[in-house]
Ligand binder design. Structure first.
Ligand SMILES: Cc1cc2nc3c(=O)[nH]c(=O)nc-3n(C[C@H](O)[C@H](O)[C@H](O)COP(=O)(O)OP(=O)(O)OC[C@H]3O[C@@H](n4cnc5c(N)ncnc54)[C@H](O)[C@@H]3O)c2cc1C
Length: 510
C-alpha cells in the first residue's frame, strides 16, 4: 500500500552500519532531518572488526569535533572498558604475523625470521580494539536515533530519481508498513558492498584495474586456543592481544579475540588472475573462479599449528554457517554526484589485510559531514575533490595489499613489502597527532608521490624470485628510509617493533 503523505528529509542514508549511523548521528545533532534505511535489523552479524591507531585517531577526532561524548571512549581499549563494560570488544596491542608451512608445526628462530610483531601502543589501556560489529553498530545506530535520526529497519529504497531543478531526490521506501514516498536533499550511500545508490546514479563498477584478487570465508567461534605464548611475549605484549595473521601458502588466516570468549576467524585466499583462469580453463583443470571452494577451510588442516588452535573451536555466529565471499576487491566509477555521495566502503574496498576498512570508513564520515555541513556554494567542488581522493586512496591501499600477496609464499618478502603499509600508517598518524584536520599527503599518505614511486618499484620486484630475499628486503629498507621512524627492516630489530603509534588521541578521550 502506498502512503499518500510524502515525507521530506534533509538526508536519506542507505545503510545503518557504523559509518552510516555515525554520519546520521552527526547530521541529526546539527539539526538535519535524517532518515536511515536498512534491509537488516540490529543486532546483525557483520564482519570487519580489527581497528587500528589510525581509526582511533579519526574516531576520537570525530567525537571531539562534533561533541559526541558517548562515542569518545571507543577510541582506546581502556576508556571503552571503563565506560561500556558490556559493549563487547577485544584488546589489540598490535599486529602479529606468523609464517606457516604445510605439514610442519610452526617454528621460529633466534632472528624471528618466521614472525613479525608490531606493537601499536605502549600500554594495555591505550591499546586499540577489535569491535564486535553487531554490538558496536547497534550502539552507534541507537545514538543516531537519540540525536533525532529516524531508523527504518527491514526497509529498502526501491525507486529514486533526482530532480536537478528542485535539487531533490524523490523516492519510495518499502517496508513492512507499506510503501512510503519521500523527498530528500541528499542521498548518502553507506550500504557497503551493496552500493545501493549505484542503480539510481548511473555509477557502474570500475575495478578491472585492481591488483588485489582475494576471497574470504569467516565466522565467530568459541574455543579457539591461544597461540605460542612464549613467541608472542617478545614484543612486550601477548600475541593473542593482537590482530593475528597466520600466513599460509596462498593467503592467510585472521584471528581476532573478543572479550566475550569468541574469536573472529577468517581465511583469505588469492584468486587466480584472469589470465591464469583462462589457462586453467584451456587445460580443462578444475575451475578457480571467484566463488568459494568447498575445500578451502578444510585446507587449514594441513597447517598443524593452525589446526591445533581450531581443534576445539565451535562456530557461534552466523548460525547458518561459514560466510563465504566472492572476490572482495571492488570499486565504483564515482563516489559522488549531484545530490549524492558514497561513504568509502560503498565506493570501494580492497581486502582485510592491513585492517584499513574501519579507518577508511571513519575518514569518509569525517570528510562527508564536513563538506555537507560546510558552506553550500563550495559543496560541488569539495565533493569532486572527495571523489578524486577516494580513487587515489583505493589505488594506494590496493598496491599496499597486492604487493604483500604477490610476496607469498615468502614470509621475508611479505614482511618487507608490508613495511610500506606500516610507514604509511605511522606517517599519517604522526600527521594527525599534529593537526587532525590537515592531511597534506592524504589518507594513509596516498598523495605522497615519492613513497608511491618507491612502492611501485618494489611491487615490480616483489614477485621476482631471481632477486634474493635479503636483497629485496634491503632494497625496501633503503627505499622507505625517509619515512622509516621506527627502524623497520633493520636486521638488528629482528622483526620486533615497539609502540609505533603517536599516543595523542588518548589525551582527547580522557
Ligand atoms: C572479509 C572482510 C573482513 C574485513 N575485516 C576488516 C578488519 O578486520 N578491519 C577493518 O578495519 N576493516 C575490515 N573490513 C572492512 C570493513 O568491513 C568495512 O570497512 C566496514 O564494514 C565498513 O562499514 P560500513 O558501515 O561503511 O559498511 P557495512 O558494515 O558494510 O554496512 C553496510 C550496511 O548497509 C546495509 N545495506 C545493505 N544493502 C542495503 C540497501 N540496499 N539499502 C540500505 N542499506 C543496505 C547493510 O545491511 C549494513 O547494515 C573487512 C571487510 C571484509 C569484506
Amino acid at each position: 500500500m502506498i502512503n499518500r503523505n510524502r515525507e521530506s528529509w534533509d538526508a536519506l542514508i542507505l545503510g545503518s552500519g557504523f559509518a552510516g549511523s555515525l554520519t546520521a548521528w552527526i547530521l541529526a545533532k546539527q539539526g538535519w532531518r535524517v532518515l536511515i534505511v536498512d534491509p537488516e535489523r540490529h543486532p546483525r552479524f557483520a564482519v570487519g572488526e580489527s581497528s587500528t591507531p589510525t581509526a582511533d585517531f579519526l574516531l576520537a577526532d570525530l567525537a571531539h569535533r562534533w561533541g559526541l561524548r558517548e562515542l569518545a571512549p571507543l577510541a582506546t581499549w581502556g576508556s571503552w572498558k571503563r565506560a561500556y563494560p558490556n559493549l563487547v570488544c577485544g584488546k589489540k596491542r598490535g599486529f602479529s604475523y606468523y609464517g606457516h608451512s604445510p605439514g610442519q608445526a610452526f617454528a621460529d628462530d633466534a632472528e624471528h625470521s618466521r614472525s613479525l610483531l608490531v606493537a601499536a601502543s605502549r600500554e594495555d589501556h591505550l591499546s586499540d580494539t577489535h569491535w564486535l560489529r553487531s554490538s558496536v553498530d547497534a550502539f552507534i545506530a541507537g545514538h543516531a536515533v537519540r540525536a533525532g535520526a529516524e531508523l527504518r529497519e527491514q526497509a529498502q529504497l526501491i525507486r529514486a530519481s533526482f530532480d536537478p531543478r528542485g535539487g531533490r531526490w524523490e523516492g519510495i521506501v518499502d517496508s513492512a508498513d507499506g510503501r512510503q514516498p519521500l523527498r530528500a536533499k541528499w542521498l548518502i550511500d553507506a550500504s557497503g558492498g551493496a552500493a545501493a545508490t549505484a542503480a539510481w546514479t548511473n555509477n557502474p563498477a570500475d575495478q578491472v584495474w585492481m591488483r588485489t584478487r582475494t576471497r574470504a570465508q569467516f565466522a565467530h567461534f568459541t574455543g579457539v586456543k591461544p597461540f605460542a605464548a612464549e613467541i608472542c611475549q617478545s614484543a612486550g605484549f601477548s600475541g593473542d592481544d593482537a590482530a593475528q595473521h597466520h600466513l599460509i601458502d596462498n593467503g592467510w588466516v585472521w584471528m581476532l579475540r573478543l572479550d566475550n570468549g569468541t574469536t573472529s576467524v577468517g581465511l583469505v585466499e588469492q584468486l587466480a588472475s584472469p589470465r591464469e583462469q583462462r589457462t586453467t580453463a584451456t587445460n580443462r583443470a578444475t575451475s578457480s573462479g571467484d566463488g568459494p571452494t568447498a575445500d578451502s577451510w578444510e585446507r587449514l588442516r594441513s597447517y598443524p599449528s593452525i589446526a591445533a588452535m581450531l581443534s576445539e573451536a565451535r562456530r557461534i555466529t552466523p548460525a547458518a554457517g561459514l560466510v563465504t565471499s566472492g572476490r572482495i576487491s571492488r570499486c565504483r566509477s564515482r563516489a559522488s554526484g549531484p545530490g549524492w555521495v558514497m561513504l568509502p566502503a560503498a565506493y570501494g574496498l580492497v581486502d582485510p589485510l592491513h585492517s584499513t576498512g574501519i579507518a577508511h570508513s571513519l575518514s569518509g564520515v569525517t570528510r562527508v559531514v564536513d563538506i555537507l555541513l560546510g558552506e553550500t556554494s563550495r559543496i560541488p567542488r569539495r565533493l569532486a575533490g572527495y571523489d578524486r581522493d577516494l580513487r587515489s586512496e583505493i589505488r594506494w591501499i590496493d598496491t599496499l595489499v597486492a604487493g604483500c600477496y604477490r610476496a607469498l609464499p615468502s614470509f621475508s618478502r611479505f614482511v618487507a613489502f608490508a613495511s610500506y603499509y606500516f610507514v604509511s600508517a605511522i606517517e599519517f598518524e604522526a600527521t594527525m597527532a599534529q593537526d587532525p584536520t590537515r592531511w597534506p599527503h592524504g589518507f594513509l599518505e596516498c598523495g605522497n608521490q615519492a613513497l608511491l614511486a618507491a612502492a611501485e618499484q618494489s611491487w615490480r620486484q616483489v614477485g621476482d624470485e631471481t632477486v634474493d630475499e635479503r636483497r629485496f628486503a634491503e632494497s625496501v629498507r633503503q627505499r622507505i628510509e625517509p619515512w622509516n621512524r621506527v627502524g623497520l627492516l633493520e636486521p638488528a630489530r629482528k622483526n620486533r617493533y615497539a609502540h609505533t603509534a603517536a599516543p595523542k588521541y588518548a589525551a582527547w578521550v580522557q
